[in-house]
Ligand binder design. Structure first.
Ligand code: ADP
Ligand code: MG
Length: 284
């Protein structure tokens, strides 16, 4: 049984409270996937990242570079390490070896600097994790007030602007329980945006939603992508991947097995693992 003891602050706590240019992709797809920017301009850069839980090696030598404005969809079977990858990028988990840099600055192990860098990475979880006893507006202003030192007036102005952007301008005073799942997830996106992150990570943001609410969340995400937000999105929503992502990263057994454009990945997967996975998710 792997130890769960070394886990950093739980995903239920927002991170600020818990504290195709330039690619050298000559290796192409399949084996030896190289996803490191040649010119070092990546906004998110992972090099040789390894992560274990006890003796369970969960991430193996992960190299990944995400360019400013790029949308990367991460896809793969359950247990392949997708959530762990996201959690390492914003330091909810520590790593054993390798480096993770945000906008050219390696993530330090701890301290004030880590808190600051971590605030540059927004995260939206499957379970929206809003504070149940706070209004929608307060959920969104909390981070800027506590972690960014923003004035209340400015935080509220920005929160209302973001609520408008996610289509919930009239819900500022509602409590989370009064909202549908899709609305709560849109509030969670507004909350993440309120911190002005450089990159937004989404970990299966629509998996907990009833089917009729999936699109309203994907539409907000597609809008963000169109506006140039840098995004890493764990999802099996192929429509979103095709319309919004520049690249699909396919993970299996803690490794990046394949990197391709959505069109190539969904129609011409190269590896047996990807073919097998796609046949399963496409067959129903
Ligand atoms: P995915 O998101 O692709 O389903 P995860 O990143 O959640 O995969 O998990 C990858 C592997 O790491 C799984 O085998 C899972 O059981 C294990 N794992 C994840 N988190 C922990 C943890 N806190 N403690 C021990 N094992 C974990
Ligand atoms: Mg997961």
């Amino acid at each position: 049984m792997p130890s769960r003891g070394r886990r950093l602050p739980d995903s239920a706590v927002p991170t600020w409270l818990g504290a195709d240019s330039g690619w050298s992709s000559a290796a192409g797809r399949g084996e030896g996937v190289c996803a490191v920017a040649a010119d070092g301009s990546a906004l998110v850069l992972l090099e040789g990242v390894n992560k274990s839980f006890g003796d369970h090696h969960v991430l193996h030598d992960i190299d990944l570079a995400v360019q400013p404005g790029e949308v990367v969809v991460v896809i793969g079977p359950s247990g392949s390490g997708k959530s762990t990858l996201c959690r390492c990028i914003n330091r909810l988990e520590t790593i054993e070896s390798g480096t993770i840099a945000i906008d050219g600055v390696p993530l330090p192990a701890e301290g004030k600097e880590l808190a600051r860098l971590r605030a540059d990475v927004g995260m939206v979880f499957q379970s929206f994790n809003l504070f149940a006893h706070k209004s929608v507006l307060d959920n969104i202003t909390l981070g800027p007030l506590k972690a960014r030192g923003t004035s209340r007036a400015e935080a509220e102005r920005r929160a209302r602007e973001l609520l408008d952007r996610v289509g919930l301008a009239d819900k500022a005073d509602a409590m989370p329980a009064q909202l549908s799942g899709g609305q709560q997830q849109r509030v969670a996106i507004a909350r993440a945006l309120a911190m002005d992150p450089k990159v937004l990570l989404f970990d299966e943001p629509t998996s907990a939603l009833d089917p009729e609410m999936i699109n309203e969340v994907l539409e907000v995400m597609t809008g963000l992508a169109r506006d140039g937000m840098t995004m890493v999105v764990v999802t099996h929503e192929m429509g979103f991947a095709r319309s919004a992502a520049q690249r699909v990263v396919f993970m299996a057994d803690g490794r990046i097995v394949e990197v391709a454009s959505p069109a190539d990945f969904f129609t011409r997967p190269q590896s047996d693992r990807a073919k097998d996975f796609l046949s399963k998710i496409l067959s129903h």
